[in-house]
Design a protein around this ligand. Structure first.
Ligand code: MGD
Ligand code: MGD
Ligand code: MO
Length: 633
């Protein structure tokens, strides 16, 4: 599931989305909808974006119903599901996100500080997802009600039953979680790291043992798998047939499923619902909760023969075979994974990745280029991995020193020891077609929705007109100023990390700050280091002012990202509420054109494509916080 859409609905932000798309469309077009959430419903329906929880009925119930109605094969069951959707006997959850049966219930947060750093619309997370104290000032005030989403009163009880955090810091997410699993730091565990910031892959190693109950992320998930499997056995909840609605993926046949970029909505009778074509693929998966652990600890059969990326696949069977000896095998005749290569330990899992990845195994890198040659009819691509066929980077190699990544088709660019990576060079130099509708770089994009929004060609678009607060929050004798509100990345932290380390706290002010232009600050009687509160309809934050001529007039800057545990006093605008974080005044804005799918480069790719959680074009009201009240709880 793409995060932006998931959180937009799970935190009920469609209720307060102030963007009216009537202002945004081309003067020559008639927009389908005015509310951005409606476009996301369309995107779920037409297979452009994933959408989870998916249907307002559990998969097993759905399959049982289909069988009772005479469906036998998977194709017949899919047909049943498509018809049930068409007849409106079945719904996508995004059509009714506030309905209890459509709520997400469990959420694991791992390697993210969701509630502190990434929660755009932070106060709505507190209100609707967690059902806890929050400082949302004005909710349910979207200027136009959605047409495709059922409007219900929000009960404010919070959707989640269980929030689990896995972290080595007690960050904001931990503060709000039901359970916190203490994680090993980078010097207490074995792990791999690679990034697009440099051309190396390197390892983490344990310099010291894990403190007390701390575990590596791998061991935490393995322990969880073991526990869930045990409980599944005890409770008899073992096998489950799941139907996964999979969007039309980039580099799959689905990317040419909706030709000419025409938007045809089966729910409006414009076409028939056909899985994988006019709606998502429906993929059947058999789950057995009693076997999660057995499967977790071994390398399974699905990658025994072929692996690949970007619509290509190549033989890995010989390399898979080497893992039997390298890692040893799972030895338990009762397990489905009996006799398979072990990935029980972190290091075994790391070595499985290194052995099977075309970026760390030269033989497979060459095969990946061969697969590309076959697909494109080009020759000579193999040379990109030249000289490295014999290399097989192992964990222990990298204990000695980090290693250069081997060039493979999994990236669009080339690199070698004398050349830094740069994207798309396989296309510009080797003539590998760009993965677009045309196979070329596209400047003109003829999808119907791109044209509706006047964006078939790149163009300038003015700042959104964002709705200011409506209520009267004025305070006698305290002047206010309305400013643009930007939240760029912090110079004194990496997201929320290191912000609260003693060294960093002594380097700059030591707490939350908001940067103001000196003339703007003077206008509201604020001097450098004074406390201010900044609010809009989404929430309120309290911080010390950094008054600087480097900030242009009319703009305020609050760095992303701080946590809710250092200098978070009460506010005047909402008396019993603490001023939250930089994300308290933000709100997710989604751009409909980012949701387009089923059309070449405009197709969904997991972790690659989908609407961004834009929080720009925001304004706040800033004023001096005369009284700094630290509140009692
Ligand atoms: N308003 C606003 N909001 C933003 C942004 C913005 O510019 N403005 N930027 C956005 C962007 S670009 C991003 S990338 C996100 C970042 O958002 P997040 O990724 O949620 O932010 P971090 O604070 O980096 O959270 C990472 C957490 O993982 C923990 N961690 C680190 N290593 C490990 C590990 O090995 N194991 C475990 N279990 N935990 C570990 C850290 O302690 C930390 O708490 O925020 C987004 N939110
Ligand atoms: N120290 C530190 N380094 C980091 C990170 C960190 O948290 N701390 N995070 C890392 C991560 S995950 C990311 S994504 C990157 C992010 O790094 P960048 O992409 O550089 O992002 P920002 O710092 O959020 O914003 C960059 C600039 O965009 C300007 N800006 C805001 N709105 C607009 C606009 O509408 N138009 C234009 N043209 N400019 C605008 C802001 O004023 C700001 O100066 O940084 C990475 N590096
Ligand atoms: Mo980022």
């Amino acid at each position: 599931q793409n995060g932006t859409s998931w959180f937009y609905f799970a935190t009920e932000q469609y209720r307060s989305d102030c963007i009216d798309l009537a202002d945004r469309v081309s003067k020559l077009a008639k927009p389908r909808y005015r509310h951005p959430g409606d476009y996301n419903v369309l995107a779920a329906r037409l297979g452009w974006l994933p959408s989870y929880p998916t249907f307002n009925k559990g998969s097993q119930d759905l399959i049982n119903d289909a069988r009772a109605a005479g469906a036998g094969t998977e194709a017949e069951i899919n047909q049943y599901v498509a018809q049930a959707l068409k007849n409106k006997e079945l719904q996508f959850c995004v059509e009714d996100p506030a309905a209890k049966e459509n709520h997400p219930r469990n959420l694991f947060v791992w390697r993210a500080n969701l509630i502190g750093s990434s929660s755009k619309g932070h106060e709505y997370f507190l209100k609707h997802l967690l059902g806890t104290k929050n400082a949302v000032l004005e909710d349910d005030d979207a200027p136009t009600r959605p047409e495709e989403i059922k409007w219900r009163e929000a009960d404010g009880a919070g959707k989640l039953d269980l929030l689990i955090d896995i972290d080595f810091r007690m960050a904001s997410t931990g503060l709000y979680s039901d359970i916190v699993f203490p994680a090993a730091t980078w010097y207490e565990k074995e792990d791999l790291s690679s990034t697009d910031m440099h051309p190396y892959v390197h390892v983490f190693q344990a310099a010291v043992d894990c403190a007390w109950e701390t575990k590596s992320d791998w061991d935490t998930f393995r322990t969880l798998a073991e526990t869930v499997s045990r409980v599944a056995k005890e409770s008899g909840f073992t096998e489950y047939e799941d139907i996964v609605a999979l969007p039309l993926g980039h580099d799959s046949p689905g990317e040419v499923a909706q030709p000419e970029g025409k938007v045809l909505d089966w729910s409006k009778g414009e076409c028939e619902p056909i899985p994988g074509k006019t709606m998502p693929n429906l993929v059947h998966v058999k789950r057995d909760y009693s076997q999660i652990f057995e499967k977790f600890i071994a390398l399974g059969p699905n990658i025994e023969n072929k692996m690949g990326a970007h619509g290509l696949a190549w033989d890995v069977s010989d390399e898979y075979q080497t893992l039997y000896a390298q890692n040893g095998t799972i030895d338990n005749p009762e397990f489905i994974s009996h006799g398979r290569p072990s990935i029980y330990e972190c290091k075994e899992a790391c070595n499985a990745v290194l052995t099977l990845s075309s970026c760390t195994n030269g033989k497979l890198a060459v095969r990946s280029w061969k697969a590309m040659e076959e697909k494109t009819g080009l020759s000579g691509l193999e040379k990109n991995a030249k000289g490295r066929e014999q290399e097989k980077i192992t964990f222990d190699d990298m204990v000695r020193q980090p290693r250069f990544i081997i060039s493979s088709v999994t990236s669009t660019g080339k690199n070698d020891k004398n050349r830094r990576y740069s994207p798309f060079t396989t296309s510009t130099e080797d003539k590998v077609p760009f993965r677009t509708v045309t196979g070329r770089q596209s400047f003109y994009c003829d999808h119907e929705m791109m044209r509706d929004y006047g964006e078939a060609m790149a163009l300038y678009k003015p700042v959104l007109s964002y709705k200011p607060v409506q209520g009267d929050y004025k305070q006698e004798g305290i002047p206010e100023i309305t400013l643009k509100y930007l939240t760029p990345h912090n110079k004194w932290s990496t997201h929320s990390m290191y912000f609260d380390s003693q060294q960093m706290l002594t380097l700059f002010r030591g707490g939350q700050t908001i940067w103001l232009n000196e003339d703007d600050a003077a206008e509201i009687g604020v001097k450098d280091n004074d406390w201010v509160e900044a609010f809009n309809k989404n929430g309120v934050v309290a911080a010390r002012a950094v008054v600087s001529p480097r900030i242009p007039r009319g703009i305020s800057y609050m760095h992303h990202s701080q946590d809710r545990h250092i200098n978070v006093p009460g506010t005047q605008v909402k008396k019993d509420r603490r001023g939250g974080t930089h994300n308290a005044p933000t709100h997710i804005h989604m751009k409909p054109t980012h949701m387009i799918g089923g059309y070449g480069q405009l197709s969904y790719g997991f972790n690659y494509y989908g609407p961004t959680g834009n929080q720009r074009d925001m304004t706040i009201v800033a004023r001096k916080l005369k009284e700094v009240d630290w509140l009692e709880d």
